[in-house]
Design a protein around this ligand. Structure first.
Ligand SMILES: C[S@@+](CC[C@H](N)C(=O)[O-])C[C@H]1O[C@@H](n2cnc3c(N)ncnc32)[C@H](O)[C@@H]1O
Length: 247
């Protein structure tokens, strides 16, 4: 008989953090109900699956998905490794509630933690992987640095962090129209006007990721071998897959 699914939502925010602002997944809280439909049409599921492949997660390992939103990257991890110990971290309670409902429907176990990227819910050197998709560009400068340092703290030596987000070489954004690794990301949205891509690239939050923004962030925190390991060209901009190892 299949093990019962264990789904819980924990609140790790301090009293001072109750009113701390954050940028929700769709930019506006009231747009959350559209998030899953929108990202599915935008081909984000393929990015999640690729991130899981690249992360190289092994059965039973402990994984935290930072900025998990409605849980889709966490579910991609669990689809590949049903016995992985997966937690999702996000400040958005409504998104976590959606993730919890989906986890129960799928009968998977998932711990969801309401909190911010700068405090990863794990003991020192206890995690096998930190993963994160499309979340870093929602996090402000100080918190990004704190996130990278805290990921280093929480990972065991030799463990990896895999970050998927807009970013990478600036010129790459407008060059290739074909995906670098062969999957065609986006269906109906593939023909969205170029304007959308350039608006996304001009977004100051996304700009922090451009160039070597994400590898430099991770290297600065003390990770080893921080680098882009793959990229995909999405209608909204260049998506970089960055990986680094806890020395
Ligand atoms: C575009 S969504 C990505 C959600 C999910 N990772 C995915 O790939 O579908 C960005 C997420 O980052 C979360 N976020 C915003 N600020 C954050 C912070 N300081 N720490 C952690 N997550 C944050 C948002 O609430 C939102 O769920």
């Amino acid at each position: 008989m299949a093990a019962a699914s264990d789904v819980r939502i924990l609140d790790q925010r301090t009293p001072q953090e109750r009113d701390r602002p954050f940028l929700p997944g769709m930019g506006r809280t009231w747009l959350l109900p559209l998030y899953d439909v929108f990202t599915r049409l935008a081909g984000v599921r393929a990015l999640h699956q690729r991130a899981v492949e690249l992360a190289g997660i092994a059965p039973g390992q402990a994984v935290v998905d930072v900025g998990c939103g409605t849980g889709n990257l966490a579910f991609a991890v669990l689809a590949a490794h049903p016995d992985a110990q997966v937690s999702g971290l996000d400040p958005d309670r409504a998104a976590l509630r959606r993730a919890a409902r989906k986890a129960r429907r799928r009968r998977v176990s998932l711990t969801l933690v309401q909190g911010y990227a700068d405090r990863i819910p794990a003991e020192d050197a206890s995690l096998d992987h930190v993963v994160s998709s499309l979340a870093l560009h929602h996090v402000d400068d100080d918190s990004r640095i704190a996130f990278a340092r805290d990921a280093l703290r929480a990972l065991r030596p030799g463990a990896k962090i895999t970050v998927v987000d807009f970013g990478g070489p600036v010129h790459g954004a407008e060059q290739a129209r074909q995906p670098a690794h062969g999957h065609r990301p986006a269906h109906a949205l593939r023909h969205l006007p170029r304007l959308l891509r350039s608006r996304m690239a001009q977004n100051p939050a996304v700009a922090r990721n451009l160039g070597d923004g994400i590898p430099a962030l991770l290297a600065g925190a003390g990770f080893g071998d921080a680098r882009e390991i793959e990229h995909a060209d999405h209608p909204f901009g260049r998506i970089t897959f960055v990986q680094a190892t806890r020395p």
